[in-house]
Design a protein around this ligand. Sequence first.
Ligand code: PEP
Ligand code: MG
Length: 898
Amino acid sequence: AKYVYIFGNKKADGDGSMKALLGGKGANLAEMTRIGLPVPPGFTITTEVCTYYYANKRTYPKELQAQVEAGVANMEKILGKKFGDLNKPLLVAVRSGARDSMPGMMDTILNLGLNDQTVIALEKASGNPRFAWDCYRRFIQMYGDVVMGVQKRPGEDHEPFEIVIDQLKEELFPGQHHVEDTKIDAEGLKELVNRFKALVKDRTGKAFPNNPWDQLKGAVGAVFGSWMNDRAMVYRRKYGIPSEWGTAVNVQAMVFGNTGQNSGSGVAFTRDPASGEKVFYGEFLMNAQGEDVVAGVRTPEPVALLKNEQPKAFAELEKVRKTLESHFKDMQDFEFTIEDGQLFMLQTRNGKRTGLAAVRIAVEMVKEKLITWETAITRVPAEQLDQVLAPVFDRAAVKAAKVIAKGLPAGPGAASGRIYFNADRAVLAAEAKEKVLLVRVETSPEDLRGMIAAEGILTARGGVSSHAALVARQMGKVCVCGASALHVDYANKILIVDGQEFKEGDYLSIDGTLGEVYAGELKTAASEIVQVLVEKSLDAKDSATFRNFKQLMDWCAKATKLLVRTNADSPDQTANAIAFGASGIGLCRTEHMFFEGDRIDAMREMILAENTEDRKKALAKLLPYQREDFIGIFKELKGLPATIRFLDPPLHEFLPHEGSLIRDLSEKIGVTPEKIAKRVAELHEFNPMLGHRGCRLGIAYPEISEMQARAVFEAAVEVQKKGIKVKPEIMIPLVGFPKELQLQIDVVNRVAQEVAKEKKTKLNYLVGTMIEIPRAALVADDIAKDAQFFSFGTNDLTQTTLGMSRDDSGSFLPKYGELEIIKKNPFASIDQTGVGRLMQMAVELGRKTRPDIKLGICGEHGGDPDSVKFCHRIGLNYVSCSPFRVPVARLAAAQAAL
Ligand code: PEP
Ligand code: MG
């Protein structure tokens, strides 16, 4: 089998379409080589070898060695160098490269092939001893760390290699603080190499390998091994990358950005990944290797300044920028190195971007005729659309606030929170429901958990393409980085800035759009889109952000088959959702209306009633409230349908349980505290979610359903009189037996006839049911004889199918995720193989009985992009989700249709 794919000299075995086999980096190196970009030659070891490696006790297929040797020979031929040669040694970089990029999560080794002999050759060839020995010591450091495991031990504060460097600096420059590494001369670096080797021997008991082939073998093994390291696993879990995919390994001839002032390394984007603006964006460091730029140790310069320092290389880079976009037809994020004035491309990939940038780039690329509008829809990850709706700081609050530091705007949005200086403490604080800002000198992949937990990330060092910035943007976290005025004192857990001291737990606010840091907690305000659509303020109506968003949503409307409704219980929520493009209400939870104000008292009176007559009296008090609410909602809907669900939760949820509250209620409704306490005790259930709730309430007390039906129909009559169409769809919850539904439908129809007769009018309505317990799905053909529609209540359907409480599963689900028993939280994203199969069955059975049955979903899953796509595939008519999720669901629905 073919395990090694070579590239170089405009020819490549692979191409850009082979990401699964070659990883993203390997596939695009091949593609760039094919289109004639200056890529140093090399080869890619496929992801299949990674799979083999883990399936076979960390060993390799036997054909591999010969293929790797052929790959090296090809590089040697192209470059006229030889691996391990004493005159012209070939040096290589060994890098990971998974199908989806996992920035900074896996290992990289540079300058491989150096040893005590080849370093002399490099010294001669470059005429630069300092450079040669710096490469060598970096190689030992990286290889020693990554391959041989010379790392910080528990309790140690610093990396062992860094300690050795600091010691040497102290000897060379006694008493001086903060001496830059570049001050150490060639002789010093030679000494460092010796001490590094001694350190390796001391820590591992093994000598540092001198033979380049041994080095290569070790490095390849380490890269495959890093696929299973802790931070890579955390990252995969977060982004749902299956561990079966594996990583590829890229071995590529080294080019050097650190040979002197004519050389440098950089990372650039073809457009601004934060705003989406079409400007050349990125940064570079002269006399540096690529790792220096990404690691955020030195703060790099904006790429535009390269024009002054390296005009020829910059002009070429500008050309590359255009070629990349016209070829890949998407915004690219690429790495380059300039070696003695000559440009080399080391990587390109579709650039990660913020939601804001994703929308803008997609819309503008259609205008530029690079892509079609259909492609534009696929270019914005539905989940990211959320960011466009994210809050900003209240303008007045910002004016009044003092900027205490400025950094780079690396992840847009506004965040306020208590500061934490370490990922673990940030996680703990977030678990205790605090709003957290993670503040670090610079972030490393180890901080990932802390970044996930934080609202925002603030760093003192690093540029816009540093690890902190990249990961924050992708997660949609607010991020300001490189705020160099910050002095973070980890040991004392304080932050000193501008003469002010902040302790861990104090509030700061950061604006990731402007790069500003403020003391204290600032009020946040809605995004421009929310301002226009929800707050109806027209100031932002002409903003590009709003126009791009609207354009995208208009395209979605053209593409979609699946409609998006909303879960709303009030006129306000209804109006918001419609502004976001909802095509009706998919779930109005009528019980929410009873929790408001003094309605709860009438509700409690009803529950406490000891006979039907008393209950009817209390219900009569509730009727006008409920009718008013429906009138408000129907008016907002202007003829769009509304699925109204009858009372669902166990009654005890409405009752007070504490003594003082019981006494309050007693005074209000004139029932003795003893009686109330007795009734509360009677209503107690061991398992209320499986108890007296849902249609079981309406069956035991038909007068409740009667009142609710009357409220719906009287409201409908009222609104119809104003010339507004009304389409109520009455929904009976928690049905499992056809007879349950029949009994409730009888009540609804009877009341409808009564109201129609009283008001001398006609009523148009549907009656249907939720499919939210497995029995309903199993006998859906029978249920469809009476139900005019089904709506999947996937919250309950998940809890009953999995036998997992929707309220209590938080305690063990994380473990299930870690062990990959489940891929995603089944309460957030439909368990497609289990719950999904029941849904599919219900769809088929329902349509068999009633071909035109209307089908929807109203569980929380209705706003989850993957679940929305699943609903499209099984042929539902609509999904329903919370108002602010409507744009996300619309985008997902449109994507599913393409
Ligand atoms: C459901 O169970 O999915 C549902 C929508 O109803 P509720 O969340 O109110 O139980
Ligand atoms: Mg339910």
